[in-house]
Unconditional design. Structure first.
Ligand code: PLP
Length: 451
């Protein structure tokens, strides 16, 4: 059956972010079932889903409560638009719920179908906001190198991934990329604290070069996810706050990964003490059960946007069934105290074991916050900045060996990433750590064999 699936997949399905010819030659893993922290493939092998799908299945797979909530909503009202003076109970309840979970000054939500659409909305929204305030020249958005903000034209433009810009003529005008707070890779001789300040001051330098009168917003992920789980030094966010304080520049936190508990706080902004004017959300909003995202805005921004029509929206903005899935997901997160569990129980437990992997000869750094972490693989441990000659090869090798050991991890360059479900049990955490260690041993063996 697996061979049949693979042949049909190869014949008709183009996968995102994949070299299809190589993938088809090797054959995809066909995932057929998920339950709790585990997924099963078509050969009956199970693996612990250390990535919660794509950083989204935070409440674990296969929750019947979500299936029931979705079924109820489909039977009641499967669709209505929110364009023409209409609204509906799930949208009302979800916007209200999000407003209670976010910082008090954040009051309104514009719904989208995904994180990319949320960030496209951010671009249009912040430019429109300044135009409405009589400052149409404020157009530039400052982002960071190696950021990931999605795959649509504006999302990929906001992102700082060069290979994405190279395809399709990006970035769109008015988007500038500056330093990222990636101490392990770029900190050189500086201490993490010094480097955190320096990376923030590069944003300040950009503001001075471009001129505040031309700048609409600064956007950043509290922790860069797809860039390699880059946890900024402690000095970074306070210095950014100092730089933006008193300046007419909107702060946008891309909470698509960090939002809804990943750091052990409801939002990454809460964890780092960021006070955003806008937040992009998706993924953990519904734990990936159905696609839904949004942009949360402050009451001050909402007031400006409310004066005139904002010519923007999606057929599936506030899709009733997706809203119902998100509401049930938030109910589960609260009722099972899963965010507290990340902060106080399973998070600290997994972090201790994860950091202990730093004693392995391949590991240059083992970092984790809440339930999001990375292992930096290095060829020569004492010299932190020396990378493998063929970037990504060892990381990909380790990722594939990890699957063979029953653990899904993701490779970013030569680092390994995990972001497991918040429902991960202590036994599953032990399994994850043992599989990760075995993967490191296997990778070292294989790398030695390959020279
Ligand atoms: N922003 C961040 C920080 C992300 O990690 C992602 C996806 O991984 C996105 C935006 C894009 O979200 P989506 O894939 O739902 O469009």
């Amino acid at each position: 059956i697996t061979a049949d699936y693979r042949a049909r997949d190869a014949a008709h399905h183009l996968h995102p972010f994949s070299e299809m010819r190589a993938l088809n030659a090797e054959g995809s893993r066909v995932v057929v079932r998920g339950e709790g922290s585990w997924i099963w493939d078509s050969d009956g092998r199970r693996a612990l889903d250390g990535m919660s799908g794509l950083w989204c299945v935070n409440i674990g797979h296969g929750r019947r409560e979500i299936a029931a909530a979705v079924t109820r909503q489909m039977a009641e009202l499967s669709y209505t638009n929110t364009f023409f003076k209409s609204t509906h109970p799930p949208a009302i309840a979800l916007a209200e719920k999000i407003a209670t979970l976010t910082q008090p000054h954040l009051s309104h939500v514009f719904f989208t179908g995904s994180g990319s659409e949320a960030n496209d909305t951010v671009v249009r929204m912040v430019r429109h906001y300044w135009a409405e305030r009589g400052k149409p020249a404020k157009q530039v958005i400052i982002s960071r190198r190696n950021a990931y903000h999605g795959s649509t034209m504006a999302g990929a433009s906001l992102g700082g991934m060069k290979p994405m810009h190279a395809q399709g003529g990006l970035p769109i005008p008015g988007i500038v990329h500056r330093a990222q707070p990636y101490w392990f890779g770029e900190g050189g001789e500086m201490s993490p604290e010094e480097f955190g300040i320096a990376a923030a001051r590069d944003i300040e330098a950009a503001i001075e070069e471009i001129g505040e009168d031309n700048i609409a917003a600064f956007i950043a992920e509290p922790i860069q996810g797809a860039g390699g789980v880059i946890i900024p030094p402690e000095t970074y966010w306070p210095e950014i706050a100092r730089i933006l304080a008193g300046r007419e520049i909107l702060t946008v936190a891309d909470e698509v990964i960090c939002g809804f508990g990943r750091t052990g706080r409801w939002f990454g902004s809460d964890f780092f003490g960021i006070r955003p004017d806008l937040m992009s959300i998706a993924k953990g909003l519904s734990s990936g059960y159905l696609p839904i995202g949004g942009v949360v805005v402050s009451s001050a921004v909402a007031e400006v946007l409310s004066a005139n029509e904002f010519n923007h929206g999606f057929t599936y903005s506030a899709h009733p069934v997706c809203c119902a899935a998100a509401l049930e997901n938030l109910r589960i997160l609260e009722e099972e105290r899963l965010v507290d569990r990340v902060a106080e129980e399973i998070g600290p437990y997994l972090q201790r074991g994860w950091r202990a992997l730093a004693d392995h000869p391949l590991v240059g750094e083992a970092r984790m916050v809440g339930l999001i972490g990375a292992l930096e693989l290095v060829p020569d441990k004492p010299s932190r900045s020396v990378a493998f000659p063929d970037t990504g090869k060892v990381g990909t090798l380790a990722r594939d060996l990890s699957i063979a050991n029953g653990l899904v991890m993701r490779a970013v360059r030569d680092s390994l990433i995990i972001a497991p479900p918040f429902t991960l049990s202590f036994e599953e955490a032990d399994f994850l750590l043992a599989a990760a260690r075995k993967t490191l041993d296997d990778t070292l063996d294989a790398a030695r064999r390959l020279g």
